[in-house]
Design a protein around this ligand. Structure first.
Ligand SMILES: [Zn+2]
Length: 404
């Protein structure tokens, strides 16, 4: 039996999605691909929300088709964080480590700004070359306590350790916290960003649920992880990333710093909406099932009028939603996405060809279903021409609707 990834407690079911293909499994040719069970659960003891199905990690992360540098919104977030770091006294003597450094975009900016030592860790083989070309020292591996011991021998301690959008992806987040605790200098900061369960629950963002995302974190879950690993949450920010995320500033347990008052106000917010309540968590199931029905009906009503629909965004979220709602070739013509790594390939299980957004033409498309809704403003700006010529966008969340 699988147990809670934070406290080893017993898991209770919220919703079983059946079998789903991996959302990153884009293929050059249409063929039947493997599907894996997917279900959302919560821990009986600590209430942490998580999926039960843990796949071999190389299946998910060895060849990773998501590049930090592609989205403008993402680059803006990085710039905003770097400005914060300036105020936080990062300087040329600072030592910085990033866990899951992806294509090195963030570390490259940091080094450019502060001229300090940076080290990246990322398991993706396909991103190795990009990091080499950018001259970002990167260990091609998964981060855990064991690797942190090796890093400590060679590089000693770090003043700042970043883990942006990574703890939700690992089967045992305690390993990341243990490793960070081991490498953090006495007054060092462990800065972590994670999509906030509060928004996922409040805005019904169930497209976040797929095999790569194992845990859905509340602030309480981060505090629990800190307590288990001799760390302490010092401050919190709510940021826009990924439909609403937590940015946590974490220090060693005995660091001489007060904890911010914001922490309690966010915990109250979480409690009020029901994130620590079994019945409320179980009610997520009906919210999801109703949304699937509503979105399908909206699309089918458009198809009855003989209008043509394509999709914008081949992100993991989008691929999850397409499968949950069974959005296939009968309903949509193409998927558009900027990623060169995905262009020309087919979406997993739903088998729709991915094209360059440059090919978006309002004469051939009446509606674009926006599955990268988290960067909506960026895409609406980019597709001004499509809108000007009568094209319309459909936004799936919080409620499916056509934008006017
Ligand atoms: Zn638990």
């Amino acid at each position: 039996m699988t147990c809670c990834r934070i406290c080893r407690g017993k898991l209770n079911l919220i919703i079983d999605f059946g079998k789903i293909s991996l959302v990153g499994n884009f293929l050059k040719q249409i063929k039947r691909i493997k599907r894996y069970n997917l279900s959302l659960n919560y821990c009986n003891d600590c209430k942490h929300v998580q999926i039960k199905e843990i796949l071999k990690r190389d299946l998910l992360f060895k060849n990773y088709l998501w590049e930090t540098g592609i989205s403008k919104s993402n680059i803006n977030l990085i710039n905003e964080l770097i400005n914060k770091l300036k105020k936080n006294r990062v300087n040329k003597n600072s030592k910085i480590l990033e866990i899951a450094s992806n294509d090195g975009s963030f570390l490259k900016k940091i080094r450019g700004k502060f001229k300090c030592f940076v080290l990246g860790i990322d398991p993706a083989k396909n991103l190795k070359k990009i990091n080499k070309n950018r001259d970002i020292l990167t260990l091609n591996n998964y981060f855990d306590k064991k690797l942190s011991l090796k890093i400590k021998k060679k590089f000693e301690l770090f003043d700042y350790i970043f883990a942006r959008n990574v703890i939700a992806h690992v089967p045992d987040p305690n390993e990341i916290f243990k490793g960070a605790q081991n490498l953090l200098s006495e007054d060092g900061l462990f800065i972590l960003e994670v999509p906030h369960l509060f928004n996922i629950f409040k805005n019904n963002q169930y497209d976040n649920i797929f095999h790569e995302h194992i845990g859905f974190h509340s602030l309480k879950s981060i505090i629990d992880l800190c307590a288990l690993n001799n760390l302490r949450v010092l401050d919190i920010e709510l940021i826009k990333s990924q439909g609403g995320s937590l940015r946590c500033y974490i220090g060693k347990k005995n660091i001489k710093k007060k904890s911010s008052k914001r922490i309690n106000s966010i915990l109250n917010m979480e409690q009020k909406i029901g994130l620590y309540n079994s019945k409320k968590l179980e009610s997520f199931k009906n919210k999801i099932l109703n949304h699937i029905q509503e979105l399908k009906k909206l699309i089918e009503d458009i198809k009855i009028k003989k209008k043509r629909i394509s999709i914008y965004g081949a992100s993991g979220k989008g691929q999850a939603l397409m499968q949950f709602c069974n959005i296939n070739k009968k309903l949509v013509d193409n998927v558009f996405d900027k990623s060169k790594l995905k262009k020309g390939k087919f979406t997993p299980s739903t088998n729709i060809k991915i094209k360059d957004p440059k090919e978006i033409n309002s004469k051939k498309i009446d509606y674009l279903l926006l599955l990268s809704w988290n960067i909506k403003e960026e895409i609406l700006k980019q597709e001004k021409k499509f809108i000007k010529h009568g094209g319309k966008f459909i936004v799936p969340f919080p409620k499916p609707r056509i934008l006017n």
